[in-house]
Design a protein around this ligand. Sequence first.
Ligand code: FAD
Length: 396
Amino acid sequence: MLIIDSEKCTACGICETSCAFGAISVVSDCAVVTESCTLCGACVDNCPVDALRIEIAEKRTQVDIIEYVGIMVFAEYRHGKVAPVSYELLGIGRKLADKRGVKLSVVLPGGTVAGYAGDLIAAGADTVFLAEHPVLEQFREDVYARVLEQVIREQKPEVVLAGATAIGRSVIPFVATAIDAGLTADCTHLEIREEDGMLLQTRPAFGGNIMATIECPHTRPQMATVRPKVMAPAEPDFSRKGVVISVELPPGLVQSKIEVLETVVNTEDQVNIQEMETLVAGGRGLDSPKGFALIRELASELGGAVAASRAAVDSGWIPYPHQVGQTGKTVSPKLYIACGISGAVQHAVGMQSAEIVVAINRDKSAPIFDIATYGVVGDLYEVVPQLIKRLQEIKK
Ligand code: FAD
């Protein structure tokens, strides 16, 4: 942090003019720093009386790392069911737990959720921590975070996994901050080192141009979020046995500062592209929003849904919920037909786990052909109508 020695400061204002971020100003005869400070050091270098210095906090090393054992999943319950991502996390969580030779637990907050414990055990959990309370019926970030924090403090898991969903993305940073743990968001691959339990958290970095593997050696638990559809759930095994534990919730813990006034279901876009087996995606190659009529027709012939590249979404041709990729959704359909999409790495990370990729592009060197199972080099406005016609003929 930036330290200002008020004894030495002469209020000359040089620091104020040297700060490119407007983060330091002279107030009542002394320099004052604000939250915008980036610790760039320009003010320190320019101060003529050495009244400023930057102190770097020492890296914290947790002494009780050894006490943290086991893999824990944060499960989400919403709209009457456990979110599919929770089962996907249990799938990868089971693999990590087996490799490390430890137990897999899951925390499920909700109003009345005991009926789902069996499904969670069948999906791989050894222990289910049920946090049931009427307040938890509605998602409230502060209470959900405190519940998870309490379970983590008591159970001391080595790893905590959560979905990179709207709920996960708001709760998990809250918890990581409260317990002073590291957190890697949007992991696309997870491994664990058997000998020391180091979680190897892989995710795209630098705009998706490289894949970075992140380790968190100094603190526990190691926390990571994973987007829906990135990991595969295990085949449910209803013969598995597990333990169900009710989490004690002291009254203070479930008191929320959040008042839910109304819950509105988004009716604008009912189709969740992450749950479809067939997707027909359009990109900038469509050249206009009208092109999506053709994409929609092909999708409807195949009983699928429409997806899009960011270029198409940014052009305003189709709403954001259809976007596939790094800043959109990750999908893993059986069939993904990419029409007029170049296959930029930021798009590819969102669809490369599709079983069959068909690419239609008039540029034979487009990167999409590197990940395509089948490629058609040609104008989509010629190829797609022919595909639709052929499908209609087959149906007849
Ligand atoms: P283009 O790259 O312009 O490709 C259009 C393709 O259409 C070309 O290959 C062309 O040959 C072909 N074509 C043109 N006309 C025809 C025709 N008539 N018939 C057949 N083929 C034709 N992108 C995403 O998609 N999703 C994301 O989530 C995402 N996140 C990003 C995050 C960051 C931080 C950054 C920096 C970028 C992100 N991008 C994302 C943008 C990405 O880098 C690309 O710019 C984008 O994917 C390009 O979209 P496109 O393939 O539709 O367009």
